[in-house]
Every structure is written in structure tokens, then in C-alpha cells.
Design a protein around this ligand. Structure first.
Ligand code: FAD
Ligand code: FES
Length: 239
């Protein structure tokens, strides 16, 4: 796989262990990334990390990431001017024709940020642990106000986890639903909505990605290679 060198423009701590990195790509990708595609982000000397494009415009790319281990920690220490490298966009893009419904938890919001570039109307729920994260991200992406926020610390929007407030969302037959976030949340939402919703329910999936080109098999979900056929996978594979 070839990589595109990119210069870090900013790397801001949004809240807690959530960071947003903006980088200027120094060579054009074969195709501009579209949601919900992702990149393998190379942190020199440390790791390759799969991250969803959180935005892309005019040779500038944004990633929203949560620090969970060595690779994301090393990424969070990158300063303006530092060089990282990105793979060409991986996975299939999918922009629905009708206004979708997003049911997302935590860092699952990253690909939704990229959707805000292409969609003027959407709805759904974003579950966060701390309301402050939602406040900070809405400042940067005002279209997120279209989502209902549920915060576990009860400081913003509804009080509780996403899975506590699912009954606040009413779906019409045929609404396209996207689910993204921690795997247990995804499984629970898929179980509930597969039974009750008569329309497509998709997961913007995450799993272990190594080669990113469909060779190693590490990213397989129920027979589907996430890096080749994903990252959108039918909810039936998670229920
Ligand atoms: C297609 C795709 C898109 C992604 N997009 C984003 C994004 O936009 N923002 C973001 O914050 N994260 C995203 N992730 C998850 C991110 O890739 C991992 O958090 C990161 O690779 C962890 O690397 P690390 O070296 O910091 O931690 P590691 O040391 O590798 O892992 C630390 C802990 O996190 C767990 N972990 C690692 N990867 C995952 C995963 N994929 N799912 C669940 N648990 C995991 C490990 O089991 C371990 O417990 C995405 C993953 C995939 C596959
Ligand atoms: S990451 Fe190797 S096959 Fe998908």
C-alpha cells in the first residue's frame, strides 16, 4: 500500500481523551475520501491506526480520535509541522439519497462529521459520556445540532446512555439507519432495531485492520472483509 505524506496543521484536545487532528496532505489521493471511508494513519516509528475521515476539504484532512493505547497516544503528541502519512481512502462510500438516522456512541461520531459535508438533513441520537464533548464538537460542526444528544453525566441533552433513550427516536418505514460506536452498544441497537424497524439498518463498523487491502483476513466480520467491502455492514451481522 502506498502512503501520502501529510503535515500536521493542528492537533487539538477537544475534551478528555478526544483529539482532533488537521493535516495538509502533500500529494493528492487517487480519489477524494467520501463518508464513511477510512485511512490507515501511519504514526512514524510507532503504529498504523485505522481512522475514519472526519472531514476532507481542499487538501486538508481531519480526524477525530480517542486516545486508547500506544498508537493514538503517540498521535496525540504530534505537533504542527510534524509529518504523518495516510493511506489512500479505504472501503466503500455510501451517501444515502434520503435523510438518514444516525444512532452513534462516543467516537462513532467521527464518520458522521464527514457526512455533515454532504447532508443537510439528518437526525438521530449521539450518546456521550460527558456533555462537554458534545458542546465542544457542536461549536466546530454546528450541523450536529440536528442530532439529539444523550449524556451519561446528564450535563447536556437527555440524561443517560444512547441505549437508555432509544425510545425517543421514531422511525418511519424505510428510514435508513446507521449505527456506529462501541461494539456492545452496536449489538444492542442492532438487536432492538432489527426486530422493530422495517427498513435498512447498517453499522459503520470497526474491527482489527492490518493490511487494509483485503489480503490478511484480520478485519473479517461474519465473512465480510471490512477493508474491502465495509466499513458499512448490515446490522444482521451484529445482532
Ligand atoms: C475502520 C475503522 C475506523 C476507525 N475510526 C476511528 C475514528 O475515527 N476515531 C477513533 O477514535 N477510533 C477509530 N477507530 C478505532 C481506532 O483504530 C483504534 O482505537 C486504534 O487503532 C487503537 O490504537 P492504539 O494503538 O491507540 O491502541 P491499542 O493498543 O491498539 O488498543 C488499545 C485498546 O483499544 C482496543 N481497540 C483497538 N482497536 C479497536 C477497535 N477497532 N475497536 C474496538 N477496540 C479497539 C484494544 O483491544 C485495546 O483494548 C477505527 C477503527 C477502524 C477499524
Ligand atoms: S485488513 Fe487485511 S484483509 Fe482487511
Amino acid at each position: 500500500m502506498s502512503y501520502i505524506p501529510s503535515r500536521v496543521i493542528s492537533n487539538e484536545q477537544i475534551h478528555g481523551n478526544y483529539f482532533m487532528l488537521a493535516g495538509r496532505i502533500l500529494r493528492k489521493p487517487r480519489k477524494s475520501p467520501l463518508p464513511p471511508q477510512f485511512a490507515m494513519v501511519w504514526v512514524p516509528g510507532v503504529d498504523l491506526i485505522p481512522l475514519s475521515y472526519a472531514y476532507y476539504d481542499n487538501d486538508t484532512v481531519w480526524f477525530l480520535y480517542k486516545v486508547v493505547g500506544e498508537g493514538t497516544k503517540a498521535l496525540s503528541l504530534k505537533k504542527p509541522g510534524d509529518i504523518i502519512a495516510l493511506s489512500h481512502p479505504i472501503g466503500r462510500s455510501f451517501i444515502p439519497e434520503h435523510d438518514p438516522v444516525f444512532l452513534v456512541g462516543g467516537s462513532g461520531i467521527a464518520p458522521v462529521l464527514h457526512y455533515t459535508k454532504y447532508l443537510n438533513r439528518f437526525r438521530g441520537i449521539w450518546g456521550v459520556r460527558y456533555g462537554e464533548l458534545a458542546v465542544r464538537l457542536i461549536e466546530k460542526f454546528p450541523k450536529l445540532k440536528l442530532l439529539t444528544i444523550a449524556s451519561e453525566d446528564c450535563t447536556y441533552g437527555l440524561c443517560g446512555k444512547l441505549t437508555d433513550v432509544l425510545d425517543k427516536i421514531s422511525l418511519s418505514r424505510g428510514d435508513v439507519v446507521f449505527v456506529a460506536g462501541p461494539i456492545e452498544m452496536v449489538r444492542q441497537v442492532c438487536r432492538e432495531f432489527r426486530a422493530s424497524h422495517q427498513g435498512p439498518v447498517y453499522v459503520i463498523a470497526e474491527t482489527l485492520v492490518k493490511c487494509g487491502i483485503g489480503i490478511c483476513g484480520s478485519c473479517v466480520i461474519d465473512g465480510i472483509l471490512l477493508c474491502r467491502d465495509g466499513p458499512i455492514v448490515g446490522c444482521e451481522h451484529f445482532g
